[in-house]
Design a binder for this molecule. Structure first.
Ligand SMILES: *Cc1c(COP(=O)(O)O)cnc(C)c1O
Length: 444
């Protein structure tokens, strides 16, 4: 099946009648706890386009939350998945072995930051990778505590929800939370009290102070950091912060975990976001874009840390499912063969100046930031830095009505984030950004 036409086409209002009908049925059948960004039902998708059941072609600036970097129907992924599904769909890697698991591990050992001896463990979801990274760090250090940042997002399971900073909707009503989780301020440049130029130094001072005075460095197993914070608002840490965390962790025998689940595999214009600063974490968690849309996640890191867990200590029935591994090998092949890391940089070059022009001309745009194809606009009440979630919502809804899928994020719900597939056609991208610009001007 060929790719859908790479053009924005509106045949009905969004959502159209067929989507509305299916959505009404969903309300009767599906648990209400699932949110929805754009209530359209999908018929097919590929490249930078999502085709709904009413025949509308929407421009995809979300990639299913940074998952379909190679598109939602990449031929290399589809072909490898089909061939693997014919051979076998499952054995459980803890029952009998298969080569795809080992090949994905080798690829991650090769691609992740640092050229030290590495091992990889595969899992199914991002949250599961984060949980296991913490388990591995605890086993390797014999220590209990984990330090996470303000504005962090690490998942929805008990431990990862506890590591996540934002209460509504992720934590409200779901306590009590996991013990031995400590939080230090995120060095959020736009909102750092002493100004952006102080954020790295003061953020690191706060980390050192919390670890030494409130926890005791000898009790800390791990510090976990998203090298660009995702759900929290696409917050790019100030230069030097990640390196400072790495050095502090190394000094005290603390495992430095980089959660690259949203930032990984070229998204930010480097294979991993840590690469922008030459930072080498002890453990890296990956998921999302790893397998071109199939569920697969990983922890990759220093062999001596990874191997601290005795056989049987980590795993999972579906961990490293063979079809998902085939998809990952296809996605990684496409990313490397088609130079999608460079493409992410080209997307930044095409889009960021247009967003910066919006910041200059619209008082409701407080900040514009991001790297590669992970870009964001933060909305404020004009003349202040007070968050304006209602503006972000209005802009997102205007985009959706015009056939452009955008997502809101941020602790204050006032950030629009752009996560186009890295393979998106540049005319399509320009059209999508034009719709966003018009929506921002209208809302301002
Ligand atoms: C999405 C995400 C997770 C959780 O991944 P799931 O597959 O949804 O469990 C963890 N960390 C970060 C940084 C993420 O963006």
């Amino acid at each position: 099946m060929s790719q859908p036409e790479q053009r924005r086409i509106l045949r009905t209002a969004i959502p159209g009648p067929r989507s509305q009908e299916l959505h009404a049925r969903r309300r009767q059948e599906v648990a209400g706890g699932f949110g929805i960004a754009v209530p359209v039902f999908v018929d097919r998708a590929g490249g930078g386009v999502v085709v709904d059941v009413d025949g509308n072609h929407l421009i995809d600036l979300a990639s299913g939350i940074a998952v379909t970097s190679v598109g939602a129907a990449d031929p290399t992924v589809v072909d490898r998945v089909a061939r693997q599904a014919e051979r076998f769909t499952h054995t459980c890697f803890m029952v009998t072995e298969y080569d795809g698991f080992v090949e994905v591990a080798a690829a991650l050992n090769r691609l992740t930051p640092g050229d030290h001896d590495k091992r990889t463990a595969l899992f199914t979801t991002g949250a599961e990778a984060v949980e296991n990274a913490v388990k591995i760090a605890r086993a390797a250090t014999g220590r209990p505590a984990v330090v996470a940042l303000g504005h962090a997002y690490h998942g929805r399971t008990l431990l990862t929800m506890s590591l996540t900073a934002k209460n509504v909707p992720y934590k409200e009503g779901f306590g009590p939370f996991a013990a031995e989780v400590y939080r230090v301020p995120s060095p959020y440049p736009y909102r750092w009290p002493g100004g952006p130029e102080k954020a790295a130094e003061e953020g690191l001072a706060a980390l050192r102070d919390t670890v030494q005075s409130q926890i005791g460095a000898h009790n800390v197993a791990a510090i976990i950091v998203e090298p660009i914070q995702g759900e929290g608002g696409f917050i790019v840490p100030p230069a030097g912060y990640l390196r400072g965390v790495q050095e502090f962790a190394a000094e005290h025998g603390i495992v430095f975990i980089a959660d690259e689940i949203q930032t990984g595999f070229g998204r930010t214009g480097a294979m991993f976001a840590c690469d922008h600063e030459g930072v080498v974490p002890d453990l890296v968690t990956t998921a999302k874009a790893l397998a071109g849309g199939l569920p697969l996640a990983a922890v990759t890191g220093r062999a001596e840390i990874m191997d601290a867990v005795a056989p049987g200590g980590i795993g999972g029935t579906y961990a490293g499912n063979p079809v998902a591994c085939a998809a990952a090998l296809g996605a990684l092949e496409t990313i490397e063969r088609d130079s999608l890391v460079e493409r992410a940089r080209a997307i930044e070059a095409a889009v960021l100046p247009r967003l910066e022009a919006l910041r200059e001309s619209c008082a409701s745009v407080g900040d514009v930031r991001g790297r590669g194809a992970m870009l964001a606009v933060e909305f404020v009440r004009p003349g202040s830095t007070d968050p304006a979630p209602e503006t972000a919502r209005a802009v997102a809804e205007a985009c959706h009505r015009a056939g452009v899928i955008t997502l809101v994020c941020g602790t204050y719900g006032n950030v629009i984030r752009l996560l186009p597939p890295l393979v998106i056609d540049f005319d399509l991208l320009a059209d999508g950004v034009g719709v966003l610009e018009a929506a921002v001007r209208e809302a301002s």
